[in-house]
Write a protein that binds this ligand. Structure first.
Ligand code: AVJ
Length: 326
């Protein structure tokens, strides 16, 4: 039987809207397409259709990341919770549907505060209400963009804060952006507080290449959906059939790169502006950095964290780190 905290359950979730500045989609797309080589930011993947495609990716046999991380969380949740400490405040960045945190909450005994942070007020509210209904924890949802600096409102609870950042979402950031992510995070914490973060590791490139070139072509659809989204959201006439998915491991940069390759010379009108694509020209849509042992250490040491403990699967394909502010 699961241990229940002694105090009464909290009624519902409180939502605090910090009114994150809405991205100017049109300006960002045009800016990226004016570059040479052309670029489109990976956050554009996640409209309603793209989010469904990403959920499907997480179930693909080749996409080992999600199931491996969930396995690590399940196998080591108690050890993680003892690092996190008594009466914790768990602050999740990009909480989405708040699925993975349930693995921790399932094993929590005693009071706790869960603070999901997400840019989508709709997703945040639904997930926060669901957690408040299912667990005896205080839930304070914060609508904010964790990719920029923001300040937390005063939070109740006397225990340590832990930022929970699963999914290897750090992988989308280049080393400089990753370093500033840790500095921003550090500013939300105090000495002795921590961070529990999921990190995808360097491995046989064949495994990495397969994970981003799945046999059912779902990743290809996910990548091309960025063009469909631009068509729908800002008015453009991209022909999705005239672009192909490209994903490969760039060994020198330790990252998977995703691109969209124009299969012919073509002109596309985007928000009234005309862009030419050469036959074979690629537009860069995503980086997904893979970390070797020691890489993360170098990154975090400069920003006030130390690694306290790491947990991995047997093959060392994925790791969860508990870092502490010192
Ligand atoms: C959500 C950024 C962790 O990089 O593996 C999955 C996104 N892109 N397949 C990743 C993604 C292509 C994913 N992250």
């Amino acid at each position: 039987m699961r241990m229940r905290p002694a105090r009464a359950p909290h009624a519902g979730a409180r939502i605090i809207d910090l009114h994150p500045p809405q991205a100017d989609l049109r300006a960002e797309v045009l800016e990226g397409l004016r570059k040479d080589p052309k670029e489109l930011p990976p956050k554009l993947f996640y409209d309603a259709e793209g989010s469904v495609l990403f959920e499907e990716i997480t179930t693909l046999p080749e996409y080992y990341l999600t199931r491996t991380e969930i396995g690590i969380l399940q196998a080591n949740a108690n050890a993680m919770l003892s690092r996190i400490g008594e009466s914790p405040t768990l602050i999740e960045f990009g909480s989405g549907s708040s699925t993975k945190v349930r693995i921790l909450l399932d094993r929590l005994a005693g009071p706790a505060t869960y603070v999901p942070v997400d840019i989508s007020a709709v997703a945040l509210t639904a997930a926060a209400e669901a957690i408040a209904a299912d667990y005896h924890v205080r839930v304070i949802g914060i609508c904010a963009d964790y990719s920029r600096e923001f300040t937390l409102p005063p939070l109740p609870g006397s225990g340590r804060r832990t930022i929970f950042f699963p999914g290897s979402n750090l992988g989308n950031l280049n080393p400089q952006e990753a370093a500033s992510f840790f500095v921003r995070s550090w500013k939300l914490l105090r000495k002795g507080d921590g961070m529990l973060i999921g990190i995808d590791r360097q491995k046989d490139p064949a495994i990495l290449n397969a994970a981003y070139n799945d046999s059912r072509g779902i990743t290809a659809q996910f990548n091309k959906n960025i063009l469909g989204r631009i068509n729908r959201a800002i008015g453009a006439d991209f022909d999705l059939a005239a672009f192909e998915h490209v994903a490969f491991y760039n060994d020198a940069e330790s990252r998977i790169e995703m691109h969209l390759r124009s299969t012919r010379q073509q002109d596309v009108t985007v928000a009234g502006e005309r862009f030419s694509f050469r036959s074979g020209e690629t537009s860069h849509t995503e980086n997904s950095y893979k970390y070797g042992e020691g890489d993360l250490e170098t990154l975090i040491r400069g920003s006030g964290f130390r690694t306290v403990e790491t947990w991995s699967d047997a093959a060392k394909w994925f790791s969860v780190y508990y870092l502490r502010v010192y």
